[in-house]
Design a protein around this ligand. Structure first.
Ligand SMILES: [Zn+2]
Ligand SMILES: [Zn+2]
Length: 368
């Protein structure tokens, strides 16, 4: 199969950087592409403004006014939304790090709809692009543009032209052929309105007589505010602060507090090196890795299969070859933004290294 690099041999160098221009070779500082003009997206701006004001007010209500049942329900809805995002659109649909049978895919799609994070296809395309062209203009939330841009600023402006130009080159045929993802795309608005907004507020109102006002601001707005910021920290903090035990030449880091906030997505240096590993973390880092725990559970009951993991030998080799020399907490100063290996977005990326494919462990292959 023709690889991405071959298809784009004229522009593909420096690991997916469309041009070397964005990094000043003398200062090693990111230089914004001059032709990229910021165009505001007012709808996103107003929604975020409302969500922040309403969500912070909801936090006050949650702590001082709402019933304890509403507090537990709000947490539960947030937790399920996160699992839909991490077990579903992230590890399953974006990275193909395991496979899931129809009932599990439907469940994950519903949980993902609760999180108000868009259409599965679009999320996965952006995320594959994020891995493939990490921290370049073709990366939706390029962390070289600073903390705020990578955290949430990218939502407020139109995407860099490189994002859609390079995004079109990523194979999305697997998701376009997935009936559950197609259904979610087709019925996106009703699913969103029902699962993300209406249901979380209706349950406290109906079942334990919480006021509609309190239920809306807590279980809907406050919950969404907390979970989106937890997600945003992966693109900002986990691309800036922490260690790089697996590859010091890339920006993603191992960040404990992001792992706690997201129930297991902060082992981000590992995840960028082995995006097709369903654990998204090396063994031993699983205390907060609830997504892995749930995928293991679904595998045991036969709903998840072909769970891919990097072998210990493969990880050790990579740590010795490109790690920052420390698997605990040590500062790492990046002096070179170029990496020696091509990035890949996950399993089935045509640019996957042969030794990675050969060294992968597959847990519970589907028995016909
Ligand atoms: Zn990342
Ligand atoms: Zn990822």
């Amino acid at each position: 199969m023709e690889t991405y690099a071959e298809k784009n041999s004229s522009t593909y160098h420096n690991n997916g950087n469309a041009e070397v221009k964005p990094i000043d070779q003398n200062t090693r500082q990111y230089q914004p592409t001059p032709r990229y003009k910021w165009v505001l997206v007012p709808r996103a701006l107003f929604w975020m403004l409302y969500l922040h004001v309403g969500g912070l007010y909801g936090l006050y209500l949650l702590l001082f006014v709402a019933s304890p049942k509403t507090l537990i329900w709000t947490y539960l809805c947030g937790y399920l939304g996160q699992m839909g995002t991490w077990c579903g659109v992230h590890r399953l649909w974006s990275h193909r790090s395991y496979k899931a049978k129809l009932p599990l895919r439907i469940m994950l799609m519903i949980f993902f709809a609760m999180s108000d994070q868009g259409v599965i296809l679009n999320w996965a395309r952006d995320h594959r692009g994020h891995h493939k062209f990490v921290d370049t203009d073709a990366d939706t939330h390029n962390s070289k543009r600073g903390f705020f841009f990578s955290h949430m600023g990218w939502l407020f402006i139109r995407k860099h032209p490189e994002v859609s130009a390079k995004g079109k080159l990523i194979d999305m045929s697997d998701i376009e052929a997935d009936t559950v993802a197609v259904f979610q795309r087709q019925y996106y608005i009703p699913l969103l309105l029902f699962f993300a907004f209406w249901l979380p507020a209706f349950v406290p109102y109906y079942f334990w007589n919480e006021s509609g006002w309190v239920a809306w601001h807590t279980a809907t707005l406050c919950r969404l505010l907390c979970t989106i910021h937890a997600t945003f920290f992966i693109n900002s903090a986990a691309h800036m602060w922490g260690t790089r035990p697996y590859d010091k030449t890339i920006r993603p880091t191992e960040t404990l507090f992001v792992s706690i906030l997201t129930n297991g997505e902060g082992w981000h240096n590992y995840h960028h090196v082995f995006p097709w590993d369903y654990r998204a973390a090396e063994l031993g880092n699983h205390v907060f890795n609830h997504s892995k725990m749930w995928i293991d559970f679904f595998s045991r009951i036969g709903l998840a299969y072909e769970l891919k993991t990097a072998s210990d030998a493969m990880i050790r080799k990579r740590v010795l070859r490109t790690g920052d020399g420390s698997k605990t907490a040590h500062e790492c100063t990046i002096t070179d933004f170029s990496s020696e290996t091509d990035h890949c977005w996950g399993w089935d990326d045509p640019d996957m290294r042969v030794e990675d494919i050969e060294g992968v462990n597959v847990i519970r292959p589907l028995v016909a």
